[in-house]
Design a protein. Structure first.
Lengths: 175, 115
């Protein structure tokens, strides 16, 4: 069932690539982004999302990247591959990369694609869901939809465009 | 003159094939070929993927030859990762790669000059 804008976002606690647990909350805004290692859409948007994490860190925004894919069929999304990716260029990962091995968090959020972006306000209410911006192929888009949602949340305004269509590879569910 | 055989294979779990097909047809038209002469085939199962040596969606072949060498990519129902010529990652091949593949194929299918 699709998570409605304005509803409480599901709580979770997931380990990052070092085994440290992370949970949403305690930030003026939290970005939860379902992503992965093997999808061209996720890879193309990765740098823009990492830029958002860097640019909004001073305002206390938390960005949590989650990989929920079935790693048995898609080994590039295994915990080991996630660790390798972060270790390869830590500066490229200014956000924790969380492993949703049971896929429970992806199910709770009804995540569809990689990427699929959710913005939560300080109270943990879903304020935005969708794509980072209009075109994975155009770095100049600069995650404009995500940034606009964060700006609205941080200013205490309703998000002007709270929902867009997530675009990317389907989440790889376990059989 | 015989035209090159152009195929587009796709998997529905990846949303890139409509764009890939539109760009492929534009390149066919630009090369003077029939833009509708594309055999579009859906790869639905692992068995389909094995049979087609399918390493991701979309896959475009001209005369049986992939427009971008998949290298050692595994056979898998997945979205294929392409690199544009400027280095960007993309879900579809660079149009120049498609153009080059069509040019190579056309060299193998010489047009008969009018008598």
């Amino acid at each position: 069932m699709t998570l409605a804008i304005g509803s409480p976002a599901p709580a979770f606690s997931l380990p990052d690539t070092s085994g440290v647990l992370h949970a949403p909350g305690g930030a003026p805004a939290t970005v939860v982004v379902f992503t992965c290692n093997h999808c061209p859409y996720a890879l193309a948007w990765h740098e823009r999302i990492a830029d958002v994490a860097r640019d909004y860190a001073a305002q206390g925004v938390a960005v949590l990247a989650i990989n929920s894919n079935d790693a048995d069929r898609y080994p590039r999304d295994s915990a080991a591959a996630m660790q390798e990716r972060v270790a390869r260029d830590p500066a490229d990962w200014p956000m924790p990369y969380l492993h949703d091995a049971t896929q429970d968090v992806a199910r709770a959020y009804d995540a569809k694609t990689t990427p699929d972006v959710f913005v939560l306000d300080a109270a943990g209410t879903l304020a935005y869901r969708g794509a980072p911006d209009a075109d994975s192929d155009d770095p100049g888009q600069n995650a404009a939809w995500l940034r606009a949602a964060l700006d609205d949340v941080l200013a205490g305004r309703p998000v002007a465009t709270p929902q867009t269509e997530p675009v990317g590879c389907s989440i790889k569910w376990k059989a | 003159m015989s035209a090159p055989a152009v195929e587009l294979l796709f998997w529905d779990g990846c949303p890139s094939h409509p764009r890939a097909l539109a760009e492929l047809r534009a390149e066919l038209a630009a090369a003077g070929l029939d833009p509708q002469a594309v055999a579009v085939r859906e790869v639905r199962t692992d068995a389909d993927a094995e049979r087609e040596r399918f390493s991701g969606s979309p896959t475009i072949r001209v005369d049986g030859r992939d427009v971008v060498d998949p290298g050692g990519e595994p056979v898998l129902l997945t979205c294929r990762i392409y690199h544009r010529r400027d280095g960007r990652i993309s879900p579809v091949p660079d149009p120049q790669d498609v153009r080059d593949a069509l040019r190579r194929a056309l060299a193998d299918h010489p047009r008969t000059p009018p008598e």
